[in-house]
Design a protein around this ligand. Structure first.
Ligand SMILES: NC(=O)C1=CN([C@@H]2O[C@H](COP(=O)(O)OP(=O)(O)OC[C@H]3O[C@@H](n4cnc5c(N)ncnc54)[C@H](O)[C@@H]3O)[C@@H](O)[C@H]2O)C=CC1
Ligand SMILES: Nc1nc(O)c(N)c(N[C@@H]2O[C@H](COP(=O)(O)O)[C@@H](O)[C@H]2O)n1
Length: 276
């Protein structure tokens, strides 16, 4: 069982800085997506593939957990799950809410169930000790339809502990637009109205260049808000790089603030994309 200490509270100046960028309290027809991660000065998010790397200082870590408390779901790719064994819960104390209530639903994109999540995974332990919610693993419907007997036993065992393995029609590694449309549609149907996407690099780079259809059929970016922690370190050329496939100039209402030694950039993302 985990017994993690709650994090320090943010000063009012920091919560005021963040408040314009928080998801709206009333759900809309789409999932509100916040893309947030910590990067080095050379735009790396980890020292190397498979290496958990602490970039955020204590103040910006509090900020991340404060953001987690304001979202229904928190999403990572399976490589991040495998590299970091993350808790994906909220350790920021929100008045009047238990740790489970404050925590977002951990969501792992994992088309072929590589994560092999089990009771000792940190996110499962957090849920078992009432410090977080049980994770959902999004797998491709094709994989789920032809699941092996041993994987089926594995799925049944983690589902007995409250986790869910959710087949998503259209979840595929080779078409980001189709994949993200399918992911967000499924999550909306499952009651996730606001989603915080933390990474890793594949997820971030993809999402920045993804377009989905809005209700009128126009191509829009699924990302509403981008919040980036910039840590004053270089991770070097072997680091895992965030750099989308093409140049983007779509951020607006940009604000910067300093949290401890780190800088935080918060901004909105233009929804309408003519260039996809
Ligand atoms: N500094 C930070 O804020 C963060 C750092 N990280 C780091 O990032 C690294 C992992 O990044 P990556 O290797 O790029 O992997 P990733 O975590 O982005 O996972 C990629 C995998 O997820 C699945 N996937 C992702 N998007 C998909 C889609 N649209 N459709 C179908 N499948 C999809 C695929 O299986 C793919 O191989 C780790 O070292 C981790 O520590 C991760 C999150 C935040
Ligand atoms: N905001 C931020 N700063 C860093 O320095 C990081 N390495 C990350 N990583 C993300 O946080 C997850 C770990 O979460 P837990 O503390 O275990 O709950 C990790 O998987 C990345 O998504 N983020």
């Amino acid at each position: 069982m985990t017994t993690s200490q709650p994090l320090d509270l943010l000063p009012d100046s920091s919560t005021s800085f963040l408040s314009p960028y928080l998801p709206p309290s009333a759900p809309s027809d789409r999932v509100f997506v916040t893309l947030t991660y910590a990067a080095s000065l050379d735009s790396r998010i980890a020292l190397g593939h498979g290496q958990r790397t602490q970039l955020s200082g204590s103040e910006s870590k509090c900020m991340t957990h404060y953001l987690r408390a304001h979202h229904d779901g928190i999403l990572v790719g399976v490589n991040t799950f495998l590299a970091d064994n993350p808790g994906l819960n909220c350790r920021y104390n929100i008045a009047g809410k238990s740790a489970v209530e404050a925590s977002p639903r951990p969501i792992i994109i994992d088309p072929t169930f590589r994560c092999k999540i089990e009771s000792r995974s940190k996110s499962m332990m957090a849920a078992a000790s009432l410090e977080g919610k049980e994770p959902w693993i999004l797998v491709s419907a094709e994989w789920r339809n032809s699941v092996s007997p041993s994987d089926l036993v594995h799925i049944q065992s983690i589902e007995r502990m409250g986790a869910r393995v959710i087949p998503v029609v259209g979840l595929r590694s080779d078409n980001r637009n189709e994949s993200w449309a399918a992911i967000l549609k499924s999550l909306k149907e499952l009651g996730i109205h606001s989603l915080m996407v933390e990474g890793g690099a594949r997820v971030i780079n993809d999402l920045l260049c993804t377009a989905v259809d809005d209700i009128n059929g126009a191509k829009i970016s699924p990302v509403d808000v981008v919040i980036i922690t910039i840590a004053p370190v270089y991770l070097g050329k072997n680091g895992v790089e965030v750099s989308p496939a093409s140049a983007l100039d779509n951020l607006y209402d940009i604000t910067w603030d300093q949290f401890g030694r780190d800088c935080i950039m918060a901004s909105f993302n233009k929804k309408l994309r003519a260039d996809f």
